[in-house]
Design a protein around this ligand. Structure first.
Ligand SMILES: [Zn+2]
Length: 106
């Protein structure tokens, strides 16, 4: 039996399951704003991605946030999220977004 001390979350970009600490939470607030949730406790619909610089770019490219949060994001909203993401990503363990056996190059 595996003992899981940390809740597991699934990355909306690569579908990898990681501990909550290794993931970034993006939340759609009841007001309809989309923002990074560093506390993990904000109200609203949440989605998780790997704490990896590439993860955000991939999410933007594939519209993973839109699908997961059922919301339309403007380029301005993406830019703001990306800024927030860039400011905090050093706090996260370096986890590469993608399946471990997947080649990193596109
Ligand atoms: Zn990922």
């Amino acid at each position: 039996m595996k003992v899981r001390k940390v809740p597991q979350r699934k990355c909306i970009v690569c579908q990898k399951t990681l501990s909550k600490r290794e993931m970034l939470r993006i939340v759609r607030t009841p007001e309809g704003e989309v923002e990074l949730d560093l506390t993990g406790k904000k109200n609203g619909r949440g989605a998780y991605i790997c704490g990896d610089a590439e993860a955000f770019k991939k999410a933007r490219k594939t519209k993973a946030f839109e699908r997961a949060l059922k919301v339309n994001l403007s380029p301005e909203q993406y830019d703001r999220l990306e800024e927030q993401f860039a400011a905090v990503r050093d706090k996260f363990q370096s986890v590469s977004c993608g399946k471990p056996d997947e080649p990193a190059a596109e």
